[in-house]
Design a protein around this ligand. Sequence first.
Ligand code: F3S
Length: 769
Amino acid sequence: PAAPPLQEKDCRSITPPYAKLLATLQDVRKVLPPGTKLTLAEKILYSHVRNADDLAGAKGLSDIRGQRYLKLAPDRVAMQDASAQMALLQFMSCGLPSCAVPASIHCDHLIQAQSGASADLARSIVTNQEIFDFLESAAKKYGIEFWKPGSGIIHQTVLEQYAAPGLLMLGTDSHTPNAGGLGMLAIGVGGADAVDALSGTPWELKAPQVLGVKLTGELNGWTSPKDLILHLAGRLTVKGGTGRIIEYFGPGVERQSCTGLATIANMGAEVGATTSTFPYSANMRAYLEATGRAPVARAADAAATAGFLKADEGAEYDQVIEINLSDLEPHLNGPFTPDLATPLSKFAEFVTANGWKDELSSALIGSCTNSSYEDMSRVASIAAQAQAQGLKSKVPFLVTPGSELIRATIERDGIQEKLEAVGATVLANACGPCIGQWDRKDKQGEENAILTSFNRNFKSRNDGNAKTLNLLASPELVTAKAFAGTLSFNPMTDSIDTPNGPFKFSPPHGTTLPERGFTPGDLSFSPSPSPVPVPEQEIVISPTSQRLEILEPFSSPFPADGSRMELPVMKCLMRVRGKCTTDHISAAGPWLKYKGHLSNISENTLITAVNDQGGAVNVAFDEQGQETIPNVMKRYKAAGQPWMLVVDENYGEGSAREHAALQPRFYGCNMIVARSFARIHETNLKKQGVLPVWFADKADYANISAMDTVETEGLDALLAGDVNAQVTLRVTKPDGQVLHIPTKHTMSVDQLNWLRAGSALNHIAQSAA
Ligand code: F3S
């Protein structure tokens, strides 16, 4: 039978409380200097502050941005199955009966791609049954909407179901900003931050700076929204968005589809931005209506008329970058880092200059970044041209639909058929190869190049093979190159030989929204909206489980009688060299299955990190000699010896993965000293009771070595409430030489409470008691 069209839904629980938000914003305006012009990002943040008086006394926005901590009340929380485990284990330890805000769980990360949607889904449900049972039981107990395996990828589902202009949402995944495509602030956090929102505790954020990106002109031909963010990533680098919200404005915004904006917002995570957002537009309204949320659109229209949902005229940005979309070229970014941007016209040269084989080994499209109806219809227009020439993809061609809504709609509209006709395999509605859940049989251990429409390309991420070069591009470009089978092929200029002679693609075309509307597909995937908590529901965790383990609270590093307010005397475990992302600190792939079992997953701690002393990977040493990094950590833990790490620039970049903070803490880490930290990871460390400090002089990085004894001086003054106090490290070398190394910190008064209690969770539990 034909699938039913999508019905308008009951939008009461998903419509932002605009009247309340506008009233709070008004209160904030009263305490700011008269006439202060706000960006959209600030309007959304300030409309969610707990107490407008916290902003009183600011002489202007420069007195707030990058200076003050905002205490915020997020509207909603979204969690994916891998990170939800730890978020819920932490929420359980607070002992609360239900969630303070609406929340949802999305089972998407644990589905492994092997042969195709139904077989992969059925197999992955069996292998992960205990995790899904745990998540479903916790969802039932606490009244959380549960999106079961196969329903879709968290960010696509959030965009289709929950995102709304002006909303503030936290998500336990670094690509949560995807929802910014609907003109909201969606911020990727660790599970402990999610617990703040779920428990009704104010969520703290250092007021970000605001980077304005003015879009003029119009995308055309082969260029897509993906190319805009690939280009911008090249300009900003992986650190360029740190501590900033990217706010787009200008006539170019109006012309983008809502899902195109979501692609741009999604990859704002790759430049380290707190999140990205856009002013409310007619295309956002159309998307809300097409996804059954006309009541939300009407409420947003009224809020926009009242002056919300766009920046004040004359709002000031910390920096403005202008991009003329008409001049933009398609880009390919990578390998190994998302900010290595090469324009399509220079890519053949780039391949030659690197000495790579001009051979593509796999083409992958979809994922949370690029699986909208518009993306799929543009890709289908390329596939149809190829099919008319009798061409088939020369390499494995994998398609990941973002949700059941997308899958069912592209199936109904013949798009899936067009893709399969040229050799595509449609995978389950889940992350699959994007998160390393790819049971790839070919090219293991060999250098090879894949093209993906995904967002991230760290070494080994997709197939576990460190020699796989992963290049990011738009789905249209990935698809066209799949027919040529070479990296250097440029569909704008080159032809493919066919029996009928050389064939050149015409530029892709598609529609932003399905003409016949969306169809929801299999309705059994959708949870019942606004479930009521069931307090008597038991949470399902087997005591013998190897994948789930009840969390034991970390102990405070300070004696209960307050006799010592410095960290205990620590040993330096190692000096980590160079790029160290959350993938290096807590690898994904096969380790994903231990996300809910802290003892087991900790075995992967820093196993791909480089030791600056010797340059080897996964090697550390203590008095007993050389060992793997986790084994030395375990030796220190067994001996009750607290320890610290020295790390390089932008430590912890890449994701909200809180295991990267939990695991070192579990093994006894008390402090990490960095040349610089990535924002989310730094906060995650603070939440778990690890003190992150920055070298005041980056050259001091080389002055602390493994087995040095390290003590803090001045932390007592900081803990006593003097946030300007400086912490100095007293470093004693094995030969008795003593160094004093000054540091900087970003700890707020509240964050010092976490350190004092041993973790933020301990602090919440103590406050609730
Ligand atoms: Fe999944 Fe997107 Fe992350 S597909 S793995 S949510 S980047």
